[in-house]
Design a protein around this ligand. Sequence first.
Ligand code: GDP
Ligand code: MG
Length: 667
Amino acid sequence: DIDQLPNASANGRESSVTPADARLQAVNEAQEFSPDMLDYMKNKWNIANRGFDYNVVAVFGSQSTGKSTLLNRLFGTNFDVMDEVSRQQTTKGIWASKARDADVLVLDVEGTDGRERGEDQDFERKSALFSIAIAEVLIVNMWENQVGLYNGANMGLLKTVFEVNLQLFQQKGSPKTCLFFVIRDFTGVTPIENLAATLTKDLERIWAGLNKPPGKEASLISDFFEFNFAGLPHKVYAPENFKNEAEKLKGRFYDRQNPAYTFKPAFHKHIPADGFPQFAEAIWEKIVTNRDLDLPTQQQLLAQYRCDEIMRVAYDTFAEHIKKYRVQLESGKVLEGLGKETQQYYLEAIEAFDADGSRYNKEVYQKKRAEFKEKMATALHVYYVQQLRNLHKSALNLFNERLAERMKGDDSEFARKLNESRQEAMSYYSRIAEATKLHDADWDGDEYQAQFEIEIEEIATQKRIEAMGRVLGKLDSFITQSLVEPIEVLLNEGPNDVWKRIFVVFRETLASAERELSKQLAGFESSDSEITAQVQKMKFQAWELMQKTIKSEFVDVKVLERLRHRFEQKFRYDSDGIPRVWSAGDDIDGPFSAARDDADALSQLYAKINVPESELDPSIVEDERFDPNAFVVLSPARLQNLRDRFKREADLLFVEAKRSIVTNQVG
Ligand code: GDP
Ligand code: MG
């Protein structure tokens, strides 16, 4: 019997192990990894040079369930077995050895049974995680009557181990691990298949409840693990059966031809044997330094539970307080006191949370506190955004109102009025936006503010265009008034220097229009180039207006009318303006030809603007639209035609005058 080999127990007996029997405390009670692993693999177990041609098996299960006994029986190792007489505890740690007659590394875990002793399961968790990460096959050892008992079968521990294993060690395509359930004191009353089904269901339930890392949410337990099951009868009460079944079980580990051979290539971790010690040590270090493994201790679980509860109560009160703002904000109001008031509720809520929460596990409390703040901030951020939207509208209204007040039908100093109104609206916006922010939160309102500023700029541009349009419109009427009527009057009078005088009117009008325009544009804070362009435009428009006026004053009827008028003034009135009554013997021919010549001279005067081009504002002459022929008022042909027509009219008047003498004599 393997159990009865010398040195199978460490209790006091002197060791004289053969190299194959040598066992190593790979991890000691202080949780330190042994520096001697490589040496053992090379010199005691002669396995370091096997390349990939070796296997690793480990064991997991409650204290004193016969794990070491089983390993010794299966692999011919000599791990410590608890002394049946003294019930003395075996040495804590992870023990390693090599199977007799096979290149199999065997790991035995000796722990205190924390669950039963009310201690935390720190070492169990770490060693289980270690085993599952480095072994191809993990023997899960349990009593038959533990099957279906969540705690009894250490299933709770498995859950944590699965969770951390998934998070730390499993990548896509990682080799699977075999979980080999060995049911001890197996009676056979319940067939092994039924026990297997129960265990499988439990495992799947555990898997479903895991916190899975991102990307692995949908993974199945079968993506990472395979299951084997075997029953072993009671070692003491059914020693024969125990022996036979153990022998059969051994065949599954040793006999490669066995259809149930356990070490499938798919489980191999692909670590060359000589690198195994380093690999195992690295895994152990990673496990020991991982803080998640200490979670969840009872203390932390309690802290989480209580902090969640305290948070819920505090949040409810907070939510109740801030509820009232929602309706007001949704109706479009800007709530000036919103920031200050919600800040107050926020601080009160944190105070309430701190009062109870701070007594619990510090780390959990801090984490939950941050979570709580975040949750309140999120709720308040919705208000913040709504407030900014309302603020946007109301600040635009304020801008429009203030600008309108300042303008009141007066377009002067537009730029100043605009700037002042804009400044008021912007500082109103900034003040409220800033006051609405939660002090703790890192909210960014820049986007909203930028949008607001763009819109205010758009309105400002529009208002400027309108005001400028009004100013230019007024200037237009001024020019029209100053030009059209005076030109008409001068043309009707027809003095010899008519054109010179018209040009004086034109120049003076331009000069005052330019002065006025420059003054107005200064109020718009126009740039020099904008002013130059506007002045130029105004001058040329004035020039065109004058030409248009002249043209309409020189339609045929109007010209003939003026010639006739001039003629009649000379012919029908004497030099004192007294109407003439012709008597027989009066000299009609003399006055007639004088009056006719005078009218004719007038037609010559009208025909061409006899002012040098240099009298005109250079900017008008230089304009590409300027027409050099503009100085010709009546073309020679038109002039001739008008003179002919006038002559006929004058002749008629002459005849009429003659005839009136006859009439006078008869009368
Ligand atoms: P371990 O702590 O799980 O490694 O358990 P041990 O191998 O040290 O065994 C603990 C005790 O259980 C020892 O007294 C063994 O003799 C006894 N034992 C070993 N195998 C069996 C078994 O199959 N059935 C029962 N009932 N006891 C066993
Ligand atoms: Mg043991």
